[in-house]
Write a protein that binds this ligand. Structure first.
Ligand SMILES: Cc1cc2nc3c(=O)[nH]c(=O)nc-3n(C[C@H](O)[C@H](O)[C@H](O)COP(=O)(O)OP(=O)(O)OC[C@H]3O[C@@H](n4cnc5c(N)ncnc54)[C@H](O)[C@@H]3O)c2cc1C
Length: 432
């Protein structure tokens, strides 16, 4: 592969420790004519080319692979007052998006952390406000990028006059873009900036089950997230000045037992959400940890909630170390209203997204194997209740990649593979 040496670095500093500890073939920090020429003539080797926006996943850089790091040269963000839409480049993290929009009294349904990058939007984007504002992909109105075969494109959200082929391309890009293209810009709808009303509870397993059971009946303006490690921390995240949200919180507080420590407080925006992971309170350690995460999705748990929570309690007690954990966030509401064939996020009937985190000290193969086995066992046990996956992280390097892809796209997978064969015929980007 021949590229101007000035554009190539040999290492990468990113939030994800597996990626940071890898030895890439090289790191490119911009897209120039040299690189486009190599894409068009299929000269990138080995494949896939990895793409980095926020750098929070283990597949933004990997041993022996090239990474295209878009963080420093694509920091474009521009709000258009008239349309209330924002143009966003892959160099901007979700907190940066909120900072810019807050100047205009606007916001965006970001996820539980503002420190993640454009990959959040490209992989679906499940926000604590998705029940009232939709998924992040539901806010996209225009996508610019470069197909795997090297051609630039700018595509607007289709309407009824667009051809079937154009609708399919849009479907592929909304939720599965990382398999098809390098995304250089998104134009997004924005939402009014609203204060949030938060319920925080540290609670025992039985009360978590009660809370989940109640949350399935909550209004769309509030969602539940919880994280279960050494203790269970749960958060209701709702819009402020909303009587129904207040009633939902008061109902839980008044019906829960005295071993729940619950409080209600306000925050000014999604940027000020409490950090779920910080509630894990790991013992201070000089050991560097690596992690992999799998996200599942499934329908309301209804009366099965109590048996599912008992099952999760057993699985938590089998954790190989206390950095492994299970957490979940709530979907539903208007995110269920979008037609299934609008985007590549096919799990429109989902109510819960549990995610499983396996962690181990870097370079400790024994504990790595134990932790990944535990993750797989949790997945097996929860699969009957949450049969889908949310492909927020790529795992082409792990043996369950095919299973994860199948569960993410199901009947849409052959269509997506057909689309990939047209726009990325040489398999430059991660495989499906
Ligand atoms: C602390 C934390 C909290 C999170 N909370 C949520 C949440 O609430 N809801 C939710 O849905 N997800 C959540 N996630 C998951 C997160 O959205 C995904 O892991 C997402 O892919 C991270 O994107 P990134 O840009 O930060 O990471 P990267 O590692 O840079 O990118 C992730 C993947 O996206 C692809 N990609 C990135 N940029 C581009 C591009 N410009 N063009 C093409 N492909 C690209 C690449 O294949 C890459 O492997 C969370 C993750 C973390 C670490």
């Amino acid at each position: 592969m021949i590229l101007r040496k000035a554009t190539i670095k040999k290492n990468i500093h990113v939030p994800n420790s597996i990626a940071e500890d890898s030895t890439p073939a090289g790191v490119l920090d911009d897209i120039d004519e040299d690189l486009l020429g190599l894409l068009r003539s299929d000269q990138i080797s080995p494949k896939p080319l990895l793409v980095c926006s926020g750098g929070t996943t283990s597949r933004c850089a990997s041993n022996g692979h090239w990474t295209l790091d878009l963080r420093s040269n694509h920091k474009i963000i521009k709000f258009q007052e008239k349309s209330k839409q924002v143009s966003l480049g892959p160099g901007i993290k979700m907190n940066g998006l909120l900072d810019e929009l807050s100047k205009y009294g606007r916001s965006f349904p970001i996820g539980l952390s503002g420190s993640i990058g454009l990959g959040y939007i490209l992989t679906g984007g499940i926000s604590p406000l998705s029940r009232s504002q939709g998924l992040a992909i539901d806010q996209i109105v225009e996508i610019s990028g470069i197909w795997g075969k090297g051609q630039r494109f700018v595509i607007s959200k289709p309407n009824r006059d667009n051809t079937n082929e154009e609708q399919l391309i849009w479907r592929g890009l909304c939720g599965a873009a990382p398999f098809l293209a390098i995304i250089t810009n998104l134009k997004l709808l924005t939402q009014p900036l609203r204060k949030l009303n938060i319920l925080k509870s540290i609670l025992p397993a039985k009360e978590l089950a009660n809370l989940i059971y109640q949350a399935e009946e909550w209004p769309n303006d509030v969602s539940l997230s919880w994280i279960w490690g050494n203790e269970i921390n749960a958060y209701g995240i709702g819009l402020d000045h909303n009587k129904e949200v207040e009633v939902a919180y008061q109902k839980f507080i008044s019906t829960s037992s005295s071993d729940c420590q619950s409080e209600v407080f306000k925050v000014s925006s999604l940027k000020k959400l409490p950090n779920l992971r910080k509630t894990m309170q790991f013992k201070p350690s000089s050991i560097r940890y690596h992690e992999e995460v799998v996200g599942l999705v499934g329908p309301p748990w209804k009366e099965l909630t109590y048996e599912i929570i008992k099952l999760i309690e057993t699985l938590i007690n089998q954790r190989p170390n206390d950095r492994c954990y299970i957490a979940a966030q709530q979907l539903g509401g208007i995110s269920n209203n979008m037609k299934i064939d609008y985007s590549s996020f096919i799990h429109r009937q989902a109510m819960w997204k549990p995610w499983i985190t396996a962690a181990w000290p870097a370079n400790n193969k024994t504990i790595r194997d134990e932790s990944l086995d535990w993750l797989l066992n949790v997945w097996d046990k929860l699969e009957p209740y949450c049969p889908g996956t949310h492909l927020a992280q790529m795992h082409q390097h792990l043996p369950w990649h095919k299973r994860e892809i199948q569960a993410a796209f199901n009947d849409w997978l052959p269509g997506l593979q057909r689309l990939k064969s047209e726009v990325d015929p040489n398999g430059l980007l991660p495989s499906l």
